[in-house]
Design a protein. Structure first.
Length: 202
C-alpha cells in the first residue's frame, strides 16, 4: 500500500513538473498565424522571440516556399524606414473601386455600396466631426464631408500582435511597421490579407 501511495505521489509530482514546464515553454515562445480572405493559410508557426515581425514573416514565407516582396517606406521611427509587405503568394494591394459611385462623386446614404458604407461608418466612429464620407476620389481613396480627414479602403496585408496594431511607445498615435515591432515571449502575431479600411487626419 505504501509503495502504491509513493508511486502515485511520484506520478503526480512528475505531472506537475511537466505541466509547469509546458507553461514555461509556452511563455518563452511566440507564434504566427496567416489568414487570407478569412481562410487560415498557416497557424501556430513558431517564431523567434527578439526578432522583428518582418523577420518572422519573411523567414516563414521563404521556408514555406512562397514568393514574397517588400517595399521600403519612410518612417519617423528608428532608422526612419519601414517595411511594407507588397505581395505574398501573388496577392498584393488592390485599392477598392466602386461599381455604384464614380470617381469625384459624393457619397451619401442613398448610394448602394456596402463597402463605402463601412468606410463612412469608420470615419464617423473615429472622427465624429467629419460628418462621414464625402468626396469619393476612386482608387480606394475618399475625403470626409467636413474637416481634414481621409479614408482608404482596399484589399491589403495588415498585421496585429496580440489582437492590436503595435504602436510607438513615445507616440501611441503612430503605428509600427513590421520591421519596427519586436516579438516578445507569448506574442501571437496574425498576418491578414483582406479588406482594410484606414482613416486618418491629414
Amino acid at each position: 500500500m505504501r509503495k502504491l501511495k509513493s508511486l502515485l505521489v511520484a506520478i503526480m509530482a512528475f505531472a506537475m513538473v511537466m505541466a509547469m514546464s509546458s507553461v514555461a515553454l509556452a511563455a518563452d515562445t511566440a507564434t504566427l498565424k496567416v489568414v487570407v480572405n478569412g481562410e487560415v493559410l498557416a497557424e501556430n508557426v513558431a517564431v523567434n522571440v527578439g526578432e522583428s515581425v518582418f523577420d518572422a514573416v519573411d523567414n516563414w514565407a521563404k521556408t514555406a516556399g512562397y514568393a514574397i516582396d517588400w517595399t521600403t517606406v519612410t518612417s519617423t521611427i528608428g532608422d526612419k524606414t519601414g517595411k511594407v509587405l507588397k505581395s505574398l503568394d501573388g496577392k498584393g494591394s488592390v485599392p477598392y473601386n466602386s461599381e455604384n459611385l464614380d470617381p469625384y462623386e459624393y457619397y451619401d446614404s442613398s448610394v448602394d455600396d456596402q463597402t463605402l458604407a463601412r468606410v463612412n461608418a469608420a470615419l464617423l466612429a473615429k472622427y465624429p466631426a467629419s460628418e462621414g464620407l464625402g468626396l469619393w476620389m476612386g482608387n480606394g481613396v475618399g475625403y470626409s464631408n467636413d474637416g481634414p480627414y481621409m479614408a482608404y479602403v482596399g484589399d491589403d496585408w495588415t498585421f496585429t500582435v496580440n489582437g492590436s496594431r503595435p504602436v510607438d511607445a513615445n507616440d501611441p498615435s503612430v503605428e509600427l511597421y513590421m520591421n519596427q515591432a519586436t516579438i516578445a515571449a507569448g506574442d501571437v502575431i496574425v498576418l491578414n490579407y483582406g479588406e482594410t479600411i484606414e482613416v486618418w487626419e491629414y
